[in-house]
Write a protein that binds this ligand. Structure first.
Ligand SMILES: [Ca+2]
Ligand SMILES: [Ca+2]
Ligand SMILES: [Ca+2]
Length: 333
């Protein structure tokens, strides 16, 4: 058998000659704009680009990762990035032991949160600020909710929603009541795409509100930074966006409400109210379309409020929208 493989970086042709058979396959040059400029799995010694060289091994799987951390910041400093206009930042967050999410009171009256985790490029708005919760067993799970995959203080999801792995790391925690020791860990595989052109970056990952390290901690693994020469398209947000009429529009008398769907939305819960406080009574329906008729006859000189909550295919995971408003003019004719 003979074979020839071209330059892997270029459009390539592979010719395989095997006896009487000759096959030729053409592979298109990839359109992937991303180039990996940094990756770290913490298997070896941690480089000086990290503010902490602390590593640990997971009890199950013996995975080496950066941590454990408590209420502190781990910073990645990268200098001399190649010329670029966008970054894609990928990392795994290990959420270890008894995180309490948004911190609702438990049946004994205790409040263990909010337990907040965040990632941010220094001097920029957070890439993510959220809460995680590992209390998935009764009785605490009845009260516990976490922000993720939304931003804190939004989002009211059951423990470990959106986790890529659940109870795979081998950490145990003594549960309330008679449950005894039970697994309590989760792994979140996060990815952020941002416009960025500076030649250096400072990535801060941090937590706040946690109890002691043996009780609630976190770590990082599989950190990858990719750069793109061209500005990447902005990711579609999870919440409904681009309302029509535009938020705050004045002197409009719309007959239809329109919006653009969140990234994971299967259904839209639509609320409409003459009051700025949108209650459950303002719910006018669940639907799959991204347009809805204004449900009442509009009066002159009034402000109306509406909100669209995006619901995922499971029918329960909800991304609560922003409250939008519009005002009619002196006449609605
Ligand atoms: Ca690792
Ligand atoms: Ca706790
Ligand atoms: Ca806590």
């Amino acid at each position: 058998m003979q074979g020839k493989v071209g330059d892997p970086a270029a459009a390539k042709t592979v010719i395989i000659v095997d006896g009487p058979c000759s096959l030729q396959a053409n592979f298109k040059k990839t359109n992937d704009p991303w180039t990996t400029v940094y990756s770290e799995d913490f298997a070896g010694q941690v480089g000086a680009e990290w503010s902490s060289g602390r590593t640990d091994l997971t009890p199950i799987g013996v995975r080496r990762y950066l941590g454990q951390f408590g209420n502190e910041t781990a910073t990645l400093s990268l200098l001399d990035l190649p010329t670029h206009s966008g970054l894609r930042i990928s990392l795994d967050v290990f959420v270890i032991r008894s995180w309490d999410g948004n911190g609702q009171p438990d049946p004994s009256g205790g409040i263990g949160g909010p337990d907040i985790w965040s990632a941010a490029l220094r001097s920029e708005p957070p890439l993510l600020q959220t809460t995680f919760d590992n209390e998935y067993l009764p009785p605490l799970c009845d009260n516990h909710r976490q922000s993720y995959p939304d931003e804190y203080p939004h989002g009211n999801h059951v423990a470990q929603t959106g986790a890529a792995e659940i109870n795979t790391l081998g950490y145990l925690y003594a549960r309330a009541g008679s449950v005894g020791n039970a697994p309590a860990d989760s792994v979140y595989r996060l990815q952020f795409t941002v416009a960025h052109s500076a030649r250096s970056l400072l990535l801060d990952c941090s937590a706040s509100g946690l109890e002691t390290l043996s009780n609630e901690s976190w770590g990082l693994d599989n950190v990858q930074i990719e750069a793109a020469a061209e500005a990447p398209p902005a990711p579609v947000p999870l919440i409904a966006h681009h309302p029509s009429p535009a938020n705050g529009a004045a002197e409009v008398v719309p007959s239809l409400l329109r919006w653009e769907a969140g990234r994971t939305a299967a259904y839209h819960d639509v609320y409409f109210s003459a009051s700025a406080t949108i209650t459950a009574r303002a719910h006018i329906g669940r639907q799959t379309e991204t347009v809805r008729a204004v449900p009442i006859a509009l009066a002159a000189g009034r402000t109306y409020y509406w909100r669209v909550d995006e619901v995922e295919g499971d029918g329960t995971t909800t991304h609560v929208g922003e409250i939008w408003s519009f005002s009619t003019g002196a006449s609605v004719q």
